[in-house]
Design a binder for this molecule. Structure first.
Ligand code: PCA
Length: 215
């Protein structure tokens, strides 16, 4: 099979005194190649500024074709496919080192960006696989939204061919609530999303004329 381009998958380190981050544990279980695309994994710190710095550095080093960022959300499913990132940082870091109050992430950036990864294909695939999933129109105000916004802003500003988006995964099943997901189940869900992402590589880029006709 022809070698496909790299997809960068980010997750977050543990925060707020927790021992594990569900996104990191699931991403660790992903294979190094999905749908022919090599998968490069990076864990980002749950820290203001540093999460953006490390993300930028990873994109610079890896030069990915696609970027799937992940983080830990609510205790229970559904997985939340984030449709946008907004330019507001609010709340504390992992260790309360920096507390933000409605600060712009990029002072000169637009208010928001919509995700550019194939969210519909991922959503429909998870539904087909009977994995609870929903679209979300805010990844919150903490580092997960920050990385969503930063990924889309960096792509727009520096890497116009790069598509990106964020998925919030549920916390690791600890038996405290019904229907929780194990890291293995979350990894399986993320792998389906990556399979759909990898399929995009083979889709022809629409010709400008065809695009104009569709308007
Ligand atoms: N979840 C937090 C930050 C890091 C993480 O995994 C969030 O939703 O912003």
């Amino acid at each position: 099979m022809k070698k496909k381009p790299v997809i960068l998958v980010t997750c977050f380190e543990p925060f707020m005194g927790q021992e594990k981050n569900a996104s990191q544990e699931a991403v660790k279980l992903l294979p190094d190649e999905v749908g022919g695309c090599p998968i490069v994994k990076r864990a980002l710190p749950v820290k203001w500024f540093d999460c953006v710095y490390e993300l930028d550095k990873a994109i610079e080093e890896v030069r990915p074709w696609g970027l799937l960022a992940t983080g830990q959300g609510y205790p229970v499913p559904p997985l939340l496919i984030e449709r946008m990132g907004h330019n507001i940082a609010c709340g504390p870091d992992a260790d309360f080192g920096v507390d933000m109050y409605e600060h712009p992430i990029f002072p000169n950036g637009p208010a928001a960006y919509f995700s550019t990864f194939p969210y519909r294909a991922m959503h429909d695939r998870l539904q087909k696989e009977n994995i609870p999933v929903k679209y979300s129109f805010s990844a919150g105000q903490n580092q997960c939204n920050c990385v969503t916004y930063a990924a889309l802003h960096l792509a727009a500003a520096k890497y116009p061919a790069l598509t990106a988006g964020f998925i919030h995964v549920p916390m690791i099943a600890d038996g405290s609530q019904e229907g929780m997901m194990t890291s293995e189940e979350t990894a399986r869900a993320l792998k389906f999303c990556l399979e759909e992402y990898a399929k995009e590589v083979d889709k022809p880029v629409r010709e400008l004329d065809e695009y104009r006709r569709s308007l």
